[in-house]
Each structure stands twice: as C-alpha cells, then as structure tokens.
Write a protein that binds this ligand. Structure first.
Ligand SMILES: Nc1ncnc2c1ncn2[C@@H]1O[C@H](COP(=O)(O)OP(=O)(O)OP(=O)(O)O)[C@@H](O)[C@H]1O
Ligand SMILES: [Mg+2]
Length: 968
C-alpha cells in the first residue's frame, strides 16, 4: 500500500526553560509535573480531534488531519492551541501550590501538505516540510505566545484576531511569515459564509419549500423536508430565504449540528429549546421535546430548521425521525439541511413518503454564477475563469473571488475549499477511496473499463458496485463516453482532491499503466502521450533518475512528438506548438533528438506568430547541432532563421548561409524535405524583390519535393498557398491564376489551412473580374477558416486581399476596416515585414477618404519599419508620400518621389505595383496643373492592368482617359 498525501495542520507546543525547573525540583517531582502536563495537553488535543504524534523531550507534537482529514482541521488546531494555553493557567495554579513550580509554553501551528503512512500498517507518522516549518514557528514564539503559519492564517482569519509577527528563521530560502493569535472564535464555521447577500436563482426550489410550508399550515399535518447538496451549494442560503419569508407569521427555530465535540447528541435541540434539561431516558427526552414543539405549534405555525444534519449523532437523527412520525397534528415544518453523506449513514432517512420529501440542490447555471460574480464585484479579469472553475458552486465562487481580490493572482483553489473536499474523500471507506483515486488518474471523465483496469486486482470484482455507490454519494455521475459506460466526477475539484491524495510515486505508476492500456487498446495517442508525460514528470519531481524513468520520459516525448507532428500536418498550429514544446521539455539537454525537435517546434511557433519563442528554439537547435556536429540540423535551423527573417527583418541575426550553398549541401545530404523548405525560403528573396515569376518557379520546385512527404502535408500546403499568391501578384493573367487556384483547391480536400489560404488569394482575383459578391463570400470563408484554425499571421496577411476587393469596389472605408484588423494583429505579435505593406495599403485607403493626416502617419510608419529589400513596401510608401507632398504644394519633390517609385517598380514583374507607381506620378502631375502630361502614365497603368486582365481597374482607367483632365 502506498502512502497518502494530505494537507494537515501540525501543532508544536514546548515548555519554555524547563531546564531551570529541573534544577529546582527533585527528579521524581519533576517527572510527576511533566507527566501531568503531558496528560493535560494530550487531553486537549484529543478533545479537538487531533492526534498526538509524539513527545520529544518537553515538546508535544500534534497533528490535525490524521487518520482522517476534516474540513476544519486548521481551526481545530488553533482552537486547541488556545485551549492549551487556558489549560496551562489552571495547571499552573495547581503546580504552584503543590511544588512551587510554573510552566510556560509557546506554541507554533502550521498547515501544509505531508506524506502520511498507512495507519493500518502501524506507520501513521507524517513527513513533510510543513512539519519542520511548524517547529521553526514554535521556536520563534515567545513564552505564552501562539504563532501560526501563513496557510493556517488564511484559513482561520475569519474566525480569529491576528497580528502579523516578523520572524527571522534561519535555513529557509524564503522567509516565513507568521501571525500571532490574539483571539479565536469558538463557533465560526470552517469556511466563512455570508448569508445576507441577495440570492441568485433558486426560484423553483424556494417554491417547493414554500409549498411544503403552506401544506403543513393548511392541512395541519407536520412535514419534513430534507434539502440535500454538496458543501457550499447553497442549502443554508436557500433555507434562510424561506425562513425570512415566513417569519412574520410563523415561529422560526434554528439548530445546528456540530462537526465535533463532547456529548453533543442533543446540541441542536438545545439551541431551539434552551430550557430543556435532557435528563432521563431517551424515551422521556423524545417525548418532552415533542410536547414542547406541539405546544409551540398550537400558538402559531412552527418551522424548525436543523443545519448540517449530516453531522448529527444517531440519537439526534432518531429524534428527528420520531418527531416526523409522532407529532399527530399541527402546522409544523421540519427543515433538515444535509450533505449527501447523510444518506450513506442513514439509507432509510425518510424522504419518499407523504409527510417527508427531499430536494437536491444542483449547481447554479453559468449565467447565475456570472450574476453572483457581478454581485460580489469580482475583478473583471478573473470572472470568466472563476465562473468556469467554480462550476456553479456559489461557495467556491465566493472563496475564489476573495482569494483573487487578496492575491490578485490566478484563480487558485482556496485552501479552505481544498480542506472541505479532502475531508469528504478522507471520510470514505478505504476501498471506495482507492477506486475513486484510480478513476481520478484517468481524468474528470473516465470509462468503466479504464477505471477497472487501474483498480488493484483484489478490488476488481467489487469495483463496479463501488462506483455505483460513489454515484449515490454524489461524487460521480454517469456519463456515457461514446458507446461506453462511463462516469464523470461531479466537480473538477473533487477529481483533483482525489488525485492529490495519492503519493506521487503511485500516481506515476498508474499513469504509466493507463498509458499502456490506452496503447494496447489503440486509443487516441494524444491521451497516451499525456499519461506518459504525467508519469515522467511525476518521476522527475520525486527525483527518480534511474533508467526506467528515462525510458519513460523518452516514450512520452516520442508519443507527444508524433501527435504534435500530426497536429501540425492538420494545420492545427496551436496544438502542434504546445505538444512539441512538451515533447522537447521531456528530453534531456544532451538527447540527440532534441535539436531536430526544436526546429519543428520553431516552425509551429512561427505559424502562431510567436516569433521570439521561435527565435529561441532555433538558437538552441543551432547550438546543439554545432556541438553534435550535425550539419543537417544546422542547415534546417538556418532555414528556419531565414523564415523568421521574413516576418521580423529587424531581428536578422548571424551571418546567413548563401542560397546555392544550402541547396547543393542538401542535395548532397539527399534531404528532400530540407530541399522543399530551402527552395521555399530562398524564394523569399524573390518575393521581397517582387520577382513573382521566379518566385512561382521556385515554389513549384519546392512543391514537388514537399509532395513526397504526405506525413508532413503542412509543408506542401504552405507552399501551395504562397504559390497562388505569387501567381496573383505576378504577370500571370487573372483567368489563368484563377484556374490554378481552383485546381489546387480541388486537391486541397480536407486540408483546411490550404483551403483558407487559396480562398484568400482567389477572392482578390475574383474581384479583378468584377465578381464582387463571390469575391466577398470567398474571402469571408477564408477569414472564418483562419480564425477557426488559429492561424493569426495568415489571417492578418489575408486582409490585404480583402482590401484589394474593397478598393476595386470603390469602398476605401471598408478596406480600412479590414486592414486595421490585420495591422493590429501583426503589431501585437511583433511582426514588422507584412505590417509595413499593410501600413502603406492603409495610407492609401485613408488618402482616398481624404484623411490626409492619418494617411501621412501610416506612410511614415511604413517608411520606418519597411525592410529596404521589400520593394512592394518601398514603392507603395512612396506613392502615398508623393501624393501627400503634391497636395502640400511640394510639386518638385513629389515628382522626384513618384519617379523613384516608378524606377523601383521597373525591374519587378509586379504589374499592379508598376501601375500604382505610374498612377501616383499621374496624380502628382495633375495636381501640378500638368494634366496633359499625366495622360501617358494613366495609359501605361491601363495597359498593365489589361495584360494582367484586371478588368475592373482597366475599365476605370479607360473612363478616366475619356474625361477631360481637371485639377483635383
Ligand atoms: N443562490 C445563491 N445566490 C447567492 N449566493 C449564494 C446562493 N447560494 C449560496 N450562496 C452563497 O454561497 C455560500 C455557500 O452557501 P451555503 O452556506 O448556503 O452552502 P451550504 O450548501 O449550506 O454548504 P454546507 O454544506 O457547507 O453547509 C454562502 O455564502 C451563500 O451566501
Ligand atoms: Mg450550510
């Protein structure tokens, strides 16, 4: 049997300066004094539900949470500390009288996770840093002082008066902070509630309770309603609403069952009938209680509410059942609130009969939780996460909100909630707990077969029955998984609590076993990878560095690598990046697989727009490849670098390998995949120079290499996407480009990223043919696909095509909207290359709307961030600048700039770019009153568009040529 991990509260109490006492007293007297002291202290600890773990010298070490965890362990410990101090006073009075001696104690309390041995083996002792810290805190306390650690303070602060106390504790990396306990409240609940705030939802449930009340009043027949539900679900809050509603006409009495104490069988009844003595036999007491309630009900309707009935002693529960059956008549409603464990201990609890019903509270809906967060004024940024994590449990919502407000941190599970859940699980039978823990390893949802496989053989025959029992205990519920029987933990936190209760070595073992089971059953490899990964990480955490652990890590890494690759091939870049990243993390720094994996990871990161991460991955890959003298990987990393350079030219780092060298070296190495990538990235130079025909040729070559690797289809897919762009920008006539687009689209069956990429380009081509409706639909399809796939860079690049459509359609405002979206995405990602081009398109769209200043500012941005080797950016930026200068009356300079644009565009085969430059010059000339001169440039632009078969642009220019020139 493995040990358990649990969160406990440890208490140390030590006698201050007992050595002096030893000098004064005879050894026999001293022995008597000390045993008296130990007996008293042990008594206090036990009365509060703690266990004395050991006496060390004069020191007492007590633990709250073994053998079972309770939700209020921390509170109990602090209360015990306070009680010990009180006890010392009486003890001292006595000692003083008899021996002339006094003892002073100091106490330290701390809460934290420990490993506890299996008590059935006789090794119940606990180990963990929490113990050492408790001891340190105790040592730092002054005589008579109670100091408590940070987690303890957080859990009990609603019930205590605390003052911070600086500590200097040696030997701890981070300083320990402690609080001094000034006062501790003896009645507060383990987790604070606020029942006075407005109630959200629960209209139907309140209606049911009101009906029960009305029926009792109208028929004068006593009724019992039991409200059942998980801790914090809102039983008390709902009851409060009912009680407040009827208080004006009914007498309302409330009694509460306590989680512990002495002789408390009738405690809740004592609260409602303060004058009752509870003397005599059980029958006499029952009878008297009944008579008193009947007398009260004779005056006016009576509602008796018992809280936390699951903690009720058997005798008390008998009493409630007796009352239900034996009050002959009267307007009496007994309302019992209980957690589901009530029914475990009392399967026959009356709930399905005329006078006795039960009501189970379900979690709040998501909308109701959101409403509650609003009422609680939760920090906006955290609301969504809290609503999701709390899963409709209002107490969890409240606690998580409080915790976020305090710490401003991530939404974490408050220790108080952890304690509530851990207590529930620790209270289960051993076999129940083991089965639940095995299921927790599988996950929140688990199939019956998967859970059975993990259960120890001796429990297997009874495991199905146990699972059904756990279902009745409201810990899990049925949840079909495909065609299989399965279950789901009622709350993610219940699953976590079960999982956290296991030793890490056991978790590792079970994860590995489950992975093997998944592998044998040919289940999804991504799940198998996950479980292997968890096993490997857990082993790493507990410091297991043997061969077995390494083989496991390797298996995990390989599995994640395989699924990561498949995700990449599917175009699921976010999944690919995360899986590959996890795969790399499992490998040691010297693992030979590491550099190749890093190159793949960088590729996925680039697609996601995580340029800085990609650069880091490539740096590491290059370094390792050099150490290993692995030329192949080094070249791949260099190719990756070049890709990165396309997006972030400013980040050009290190000397680049010349293109021919790369190609010939890859040919020598027979690395066809490398060749596909190399041809593609080398053609980036052509793209920059706007030599589109050359670019298209290189990409055709790249495509033919990439097609040999169907397993890495994403490579071919990306190349094809770029290829159609080259065809669109280059001299290929539009009808021909459209045809190629459609052909490739037909082959792209099932390849969503490729479909998205082609559609983006095709939409712009269609617009040049005047098919605006089809163009816009096609573009919208592309954008939606890119969004779906999380391909943010491509989505942003696509806005250029949207802008082309809108500009051709004479709607510069719409073009502006699209471009701005792309611009902002790229800006947030740190891209500069594509953003420079988008900035000049934006400048153009703004200029066309007469928004001169804004146009000027984007032109300036484009000039600033544009790569000098990116001709399109250079030309476009100048076309806007020339027009701006002309409108400012700077005709001479404007003309020079426009001519420069024409010169720059000249050596390219980017027909639309050349046309744009020619038109810019034409506009500059018109502004300068040289309309006649402008005509040749307009004509040239029209000719270019005709060659390109851009029907719309060519027609528009033909119209312009037919109208007399006037100064704009
Ligand atoms: N419907 C609701 N609207 C607003 N707040 C709610 C609602 N239900 C519960 N709460 C709040 O959530 C917290 C927990 O609720 P409550 O104390 O009623 O839970 P419980 O079911 O009685 O739990 P336990 O089993 O621990 O007694 C309380 O502070 C309560 O005010
Ligand atoms: Mg309650």
């Amino acid at each position: 049997m493995h040990e358990a991990r649990k969160t406990v509260t440890v208490l140390f109490a030590d006698v201050v300066a007992s050595t002096q006492l030893g000098e004064r007293l005879d050894p026999e007297a001293l022995r008597q004094v000390m045993s008296r002291y130990f007996a008293e202290m042990a008594g206090v600890v036990e009365r509060h539900g703690g266990t004395v773990e050991k006496f060390i010298g004069d020191e007492v070490m007590a633990v709250f949470g073994v053998p079972v965890v309770r939700e209020d362990d921390a509170l109990r410990a602090v209360r015990a500390a306070a009680a010990m101090r009180v006890r010392m006073r009486t003890l001292n009075a006595d000692l003083d009288e008899r021996w002339g001696a006094r003892l002073e104690i100091r106490i330290g309390v701390n809460t934290g996770e420990v490993v506890a041995g299996d008590p059935s083996t006789g090794h119940g002792f606990i180990t963990g840093d929490a113990v050492n810290v408790a001891k340190r805190i105790e040592q730092a306390a002054a005589p008579g002082e109670i100091l408590i650690g940070e987690t303890t303070s957080r859990i009990v602060r609603h019930a205590a008066v605390l003052t911070p106390r600086g500590l200097s504790i040696k030997g701890k990396r981070e300083g320990i902070t402690a609080q001094r306990v000034e006062e501790i409240d003896l009645t507060s609940e383990a987790v604070p509630r606020r029942l006075d705030a407005p109630m959200v939802g629960r209209a139907a449930e309140l209606g049911t309770l009101l009906d029960a009340y009305t029926r009792a009043v109208e028929t004068r027949k006593p009724g019992l309603v039991t409200v059942l539900g998980l801790p914090g679900i809102g039983k008390s809050r709902l009851a409060r609403e009912l009680l407040d509603g009827v208080r004006s006409e009914a007498r309302v009495l409330v009694g509460r069952c306590l989680p512990y104490g002495e002789g408390i069988s009738f405690w809740p009844v004592r609260e409602i009938l303060p004058h009752e003595t509870f003397e005599g036999t059980r029958e006499e007491i029952f009878w008297r209680v009944r008579k008193q309630l009947e007398a009260l009900a004779a005056e006016r309707p009576l509602v008796v509410c018992f809280e936390d009935v699951h903690w009720g002693e058997p005798t008390f529960l008998d009493l409630v059942q007796y009352l239900t059956g034996w009050i002959p008549e009267g307007p009496v409603l007994l309302l019992c609130l209980a957690r589901p464990e009530l029914l475990e201990n009392r399967p026959d609890w009356p709930r399905n009969e005329p006078g006795a019903t039960a009501l189970t509270l379900d979690p709040l809906s998501y909308e109701e939780a959101a409403q509650l967060l609003e009422l609680l004024d939760a920090p906006d940024a955290a609301r969504e996460r809290i609503a999701v994590a709390a899963e409709g449990n209002p107490l969890f919502v409240e606690q998580m909100t409080a915790m976020t407000a305090d710490e401003g941190a991530e939404v974490v599970v408050p220790p108080s909630i952890q304690a509530v859940l851990a207590a529930r699980l620790d209270g289960l039978e051993r076999d129940d707990r083991i089965v639940l823990q095995c299921a927790a390893v599988v996950g929140r949802d688990f199939s019956l077969r998967a859970a059975l496989d993990l259960v120890p053989p001796e429990l297997r025959p009874g495991a199905t029955t146990i699972l059904l029992g756990l279902m009745r205990k409201e810990l899990i519920r049925p949840h079909a998984l495909g065609h299989e029987d399965g279950f789901r933990f009622r709350h993610a936190l219940i699953r976590d609590a079960a999982y956290d209760g296991m030793a890490k070595s056991l978790r590792a073992e079970l994860h590995e076993r489950h992975a093997n089971w998944l592998g044998a059953a040919r289940r999804e490899e991504v799940l198998m990878g996950y479980h292997l990964e968890q096993a490997a990480l857990l082993k790493r955490e507990i410091g297991a560095q043997n061969d077995e652990a390494q083989v496991l890590a390797l298996r995990a890494s390989e599995a994640l690598h395989r699924v990561g690759r498949r995700a990449h091939a599917r175009g699921d870049a976010p999944a690919a990046a995360s899986l590959l990243d996890r795969s790399v993390s499992l490998l040691s720094n010297t693992d030979p697989q590491r550099p190749a994996l890093l190159v793949e990871l960088a590729d996925a990161q680039m697609r996601l727009g995580q340029f800085a991460n990609a650069a880091q991955s490539l740096d590491e890959a290059t370094e390792l490849a050099r150490v290993n003298d692995d030329r192949r990987i080094e070249i791949r990393a260099a190719i990756g670098r070049r890709f990165l350079h396309v997006f972030t030219p400013a980040d050009a780092s290190g000397p680049e390998l010349p293109g021919e060298e790369i190609i010939s070296e890859l040919e020598r190495l027979d690395d066809n995949f490398g060749l596909a990538r190399a041809w593609r990235v080398l053609s980036e130079a052509d793209a920059g120079a706007c030599r589109w025909e050359a670019r298209a040729d290189a990409l055709e070559r790249a495509l033919s290499y990439a097609a040999q690797f169907p397993a890495q289809r994403h490579e071919a897919s990306v190349i094809a996407t770029l290829l159609v762009q080259a065809l669109h920008f280059g001299p290929t006539p539009a009808t021909q480009a459209a045809r190629r687009c459609r052909d490739l689209l037909e082959d792209a069956d099932g390849d969503l990223p490729l479909q998205a990429g082609i559609k983006a380009t095709l939409s712009a081509v269609l617009a040049t043919q005047g098919a605006f409706d089809e163009a816009r639909t096609t573009y919208a399809e592309s954008a939606a696909l890119h969004d779906d796939l999380g391909l943010r860079v491509r989505r942003a690049v696509g806005t250029i095509f949207a802008a082309e459509i809108e500009l051709l359609g004479d709607d510069p405002a719409a073009a502006e909207r699209e471009l701005l979206e792309g611009y902002r995405t790229l800006e947030a990602m740190g891209d500069t290359g594509v953003r420079a081009v988008i900035a000049s398109y934006l400048a153009d769209a703004l200029w066309l709307q007469g928004r001169v200043e804004e146009a000027a500012s984007y032109a300036a941005i484009s000039a600033e961030i544009g790569d000098p080797t990116d001709i399109a950016a250079q030309v476009l930026e100048r076309t806007t600048r020339a027009r701006l200068l002309a409108s400012a009356g700077e005709a001479r300079v404007a003309e020079t700039v426009a001519i420069k644009a024409i010169e720059l565009a000249e050596p390219t085969d980017f027909l639309a770019l050349q046309a744009a430059a020619a038109l810019a010059l034409a506009d500059v000339l018109v502004a300068d009153g040289r309309g006649e001169e402008s005509r040749t440039h307009v004509e040239r632009a029209r000719d270019l568009y005709e060659v390109k078969q851009n029907v719309i642009a060519a027609e528009r220019l033909a119209t312009r040529m037919a109208t007399p020139v006037s100064k704009a």
